[in-house]
Write a protein that binds this ligand. Structure first.
Ligand SMILES: *Cc1c(COP(=O)(O)O)cnc(C)c1O
Length: 344
């Protein structure tokens, strides 16, 4: 049975063109600094983000963890939005490697500068030292929500005033950039470090990057090796990411349109609660009136549509380059599965 897979944009498989580019990649040993494809990707990513340097890493988790290592000391506190990726989906790595704890600003994922102000602890020997603000744009758990540029700038201005470092988890910053027609470098400008993923909506099989000043990325390079992220002929992977930058960025708008279609169709299911106007990019959170998310997932799967249950009463559907053209049909199947499962 073949599936329409709306679980995540990480499930995309390299296209024929991408595989050809990978097969033809010029490579060398990147731990010796000799891989021309990796160097090309790092330079291009740094340029896109308006930073001095970028470092190719195996995953977004590693990029975020290196950022925590760069900006904090054990016992520090990091301000995040509710349900941040680095708190929920990184296996507790921030506590394990950097020894930090997290303070949540605001509700629902996004936060304002004022909400951040309330989360900053006063300097005191008794209190954790707030040293970093980590923003997520787009915000994954909040349903692909975009943090607006003006709010980003207000948050950054306050962080600077209070002497805090700034990291942007921009795993899906491409989506925010395309949806708002704001350049990646404009979103990235207020931050010391920015992580981006090539393996989500861009459709590359592996890889993320961390960008920042030359000084920070020199230190990041050492942490990458320490964490086991030094790779050898990684140019085959870098080439896939370069191909994605050439071919898969502007088309993200198709995924955003497909996500709105999914939201509209599924919102008509009687027991579904979807904030259609809150669908900023390619992620749709679907609330259910009762705790039957697991049952809906099973019924939809039996009819060829895959979605994730991210809570007992919450489903998530994500559009991407391998599924967006089927989004309408998949959404009808999903809406039927919701109606048949949740109605008492
Ligand atoms: C996917 C994602 C990451 C990184 O995940 P990996 O699977 O480790 O590449 C980081 N932040 C956000 C917001 C993400 O969605």
């Amino acid at each position: 049975m073949s599936f329409w897979d709306l679980r995540s944009d990480t499930v995309t498989k390299p296209s024929a063109g991408m595989r050809r580019a990978m097969a033809e990649a010029e490579v060398g040993d990147d731990v010796y600094g000799e891989d021309p494809s990796v160097r090309a990707l790092e330079e291009r990513t740094a340029d896109l983000l308006g930073k001095e340097r970028a470092l190719f890493v195996p995953s977004g988790t590693m990029a975020n963890q290196i950022a925590l290592l760069l900006h904090t000391r054990p016992g520090d506190e990091v301000i995040v939005g509710e349900r941040a990726h680095c708190v929920w989906y990184e296996s507790g790595a921030g506590a394990a490697w950097s020894g930090v704890q997290f303070a949540v600003a605001g509700r629902g994922g996004l936060f304002t500068a004022e909400e951040m102000r309330a989360a900053i602890k006063p300097r005191s020997a008794y209190l954790p030292n707030t040293s970093l603000v980590a923003l997520e744009n787009t915000h994954n758990r909040a349903g692909g929500r975009i943090v607006r540029l003006d709010e980003t700038r207000r948050i950054a201005a306050l962080a600077r005033e209070r002497g805090l470092a700034l990291h942007l988890d921009g795993a899906r910053l491409w989506n925010a950039s395309v949806a708002t027609d704001v350049a990646m470098r404009d979103y990235a400008a207020p931050f010391d470090t920015v992580s981006v993923c090539f393996s989500k909506g861009l459709g590359a099989p592996v890889g993320s990057a961390l960008a920042g000043s030359a000084e920070l990325i020199t230190r990041a390079h050492r942490y990458r090796k320490m964490l086991g992220g030094g790779m050898r002929q990684s140019g085959v992977l870098a080439k896939a990411a370069l191909y994605a930058l050439d071919h898969h960025v502007q088309r993200l708008s198709e995924d955003h349109a497909a996500a709105r279609t999914v939201a509209e169709i599924v919102s008509r299911a009687r027991d579904a609660r979807v904030d259609v106007s809150g669908v900023d990019t390619n992620i749709v959170n679907i609330g259910l009136v009762n705790e039957r998310a697991g049952e809906v997932v099973e019924l939809a799967r039996s009819r060829g549509v895959l979605v994730n249950a991210i809570g007992p009463d919450l489903l998530r559907a994500v559009t991407h380059l391998d599924v967006s053209r089927h989004a309408e049909a998949a959404a009808h199947t999903l809406a039927e599965a919701i109606d048949e499962t949740t109605t008492l």
